[in-house]
Write a protein that binds this ligand. Structure first.
Ligand SMILES: Nc1nc2c(ncn2[C@@H]2O[C@H](COP(=O)(O)OP(=O)(O)OP(=O)(O)O)[C@@H](O)[C@H]2O)c(=O)[nH]1
Ligand SMILES: [Mg+2]
Length: 447
């Protein structure tokens, strides 16, 4: 049964001028709209065929001329009847055409409503629907490619394979619940525990790939910290490739946090330059330093900049001691042009550079990617988001409990059921209306 409360319409192309503009209409019955707008019957429109036509106003005059394409249900994006109008891509003409569709009974579509209908009508699962938005929002080729993989179902297939394996295992376990006299021997004979371990191992692999996919989509927050004058703003500018932050030889130059988004190997990195950390009586600098600590609290990785001539001072040890324990830290010894040190890695968490001379920056970039866990783009990476990782983590916890309470069959059965529910959240077999609202409201209009 189709989920089709009413007919929706929206301009699908980006606002502004363009050669062609597209309006999309979706609903259960477009007969009246088609005859009012095109002056012909729906049955006169050959499915998925480009009809050159005039789009008509109420009085029969022409609003625009262009192409009409009709996709009868269920072979359409939404699964409903879909009419696509290609007119001249000017904002005025597009709005006139949209207004005409509204006059003929359609209503303005909400953001993501076409894709939401595709999901509700079973054309896409939730991970695929999210991938539609991720393709449109992609900031790098790598992100676009991996989003396309998710839309194609690469992620969903992994989840379905896991769910199928879980269902098989649950059938075994629940059969034991029904016939307690057979219990453990029966499970042993069917190698239930081996099956459970296989599922856990497979889930760990999916987690690994999804973590890469989330990195591609959401990137990481990297904060530049250290004492005044060590070269944080210089490094920020070197990484950004332009002068986004003010650099002077006056200690305490940077007061406010400065943010810049850069792409490394397709990974979006939010780099934050901060006020140097020191004791000060200057009111503005004090506020800046408070902001540095706020940025540190939100960061995934900190680059602690140090002056190579000084090494790690007592003051730097104080800074290190104050950092959150969970924060990953890379020590960057800067200004090696003044010491003659060799550029590049010193130890796992230490590197030599000169921000001013641009020395050691490639090594630093490679190290940054390694630190945040990026394994490099490969064909297997599909896009993912935090929501998916949370679901996988929860499923893993349930599988761990299932494993440790293996001999308590009722707990085992329940934990396997919960693990399956968590995985089903990814593809949307198990979701709340609130979650759907959050996901689709972030789409653009017309998609
Ligand atoms: N020789 C040399 N000088 C550098 C290098 N990096 C930065 N500097 C100089 O060090 C001084 C301070 O640089 P900034 O980038 O403003 O330092 P900062 O850490 O942002 O300082 P605050 O904003 O005051 O905390 C400037 O005169 C820079 O030109 C480097 O690699 N080599
Ligand atoms: Mg600075």
């Amino acid at each position: 049964m189709l989920y089709t409360p009413d007919t929706i319409a929206a301009i699908a192309t980006a606002p502004g001028r363009g050669g062609v503009g597209v309006i999309r209409v979706s609903g259960k019955n477009l007969q009246a709209l088609i005859s009012g707008l095109l002056g012909r019957e729906q049955s006169a429109l050959k499915p998925r065929f480009a009809h050159f036509t005039h789009f008509k106003a109420t009085d029969g005059s022409t609003v625009d001329e262009g192409i009409a394409l009709f996709f009868p249900n269920p072979a359409s994006f939404t699964g409903e009847d879909v009419l696509e109008l290609q007119g001249h891509g000017g904002p005025v003409i597009m709005n006139m055409l949209l207004k005409r569709c509204i006059e003929l009974g359609a209503r303005h579509a909400e953001p993501g409503e076409f894709t939401k209908r595709a999901f509700l009508n079973g054309k896409l699962d939730l991970a695929q629907a999210e991938a539609v938005a991720d393709i449109i929002d992609a900031q790098s080729e790598a992100a676009a490619k991996s989003a396309l993989k998710s839309l194609d179902g690469a992620f969903s297939r992994e989840v379905h394979a896991l769910v199928d394996a879980l269902i098989n295992l649950r059938m075994l376990v629940e059969a034991t619940l029904d016939f307690p006299e057979e219990d453990i021997d029966f499970l042993e004979a069917a190698d239930a525990r081996g099956k459970l371990h296989n599922i856990s191992a497979q889930l760990a692999r999916v987690m690994d790939t999804a973590t890469q996919g989330k990195l591609l989509r959401e990137g990481m927050h990297v904060v530049l910290i250290g004492q005044p004058n060590v070269g944080k703003s210089s490094l920020m500018n070197a990484l950004a490739g332009e002068d986004v932050a003010i650099v002077t030889d006056i200690a305490g130059t940077t007061r406010d946090t400065v943010r810049e988004l850069i792409q490394l190997d397709g990974i979006p990195l939010h780099i934050i330059d901060t006020a140097g950390l020191r004791d000060t009586t200057d009111t503005v600098e004090k506020i800046g330093i408070e902001r540095t600590w706020v940025a540190i609290a939100k960061a995934d990785l900190a680059l602690l900049l140090l002056d190579s001539r000084e090494g790690i001072t007592a003051h730097d040890h104080d800074i290190l001691a104050r950092l959150p324990e969970s924060l990953s830290v890379l020590r960057v010894f800067n200004k090696i042009d003044l010491t003659g040190d060799t550029a590049g890695e010193i130890a796992d968490d230490e590197i030599h550079v000169s921000a001013k001379q641009g020395i050691g920056l490639q090594e630093l970039k490679a190290k940054l990617l390694k630190k945040i866990g990026w394994q490099g783009m490969n064909d297997g990476v599909f896009i993912a988001r935090e929501r998916h990782l949370t679901a996988i983590r929860t499923a893993r916890e349930h599988l761990n409990i299932a494993d440790s309470s293996y001999l308590q069959i009722e707990i085992l059965a329940e934990e396997l059921r919960l693990a399956q529910n968590s995985l089903n959240e990814i593809t949307g077999e198990f979701t709340s209306d609130d979650l759907l609202g959050v996901i689709f409201s972030r789409f653009c209009i017309g998609k």
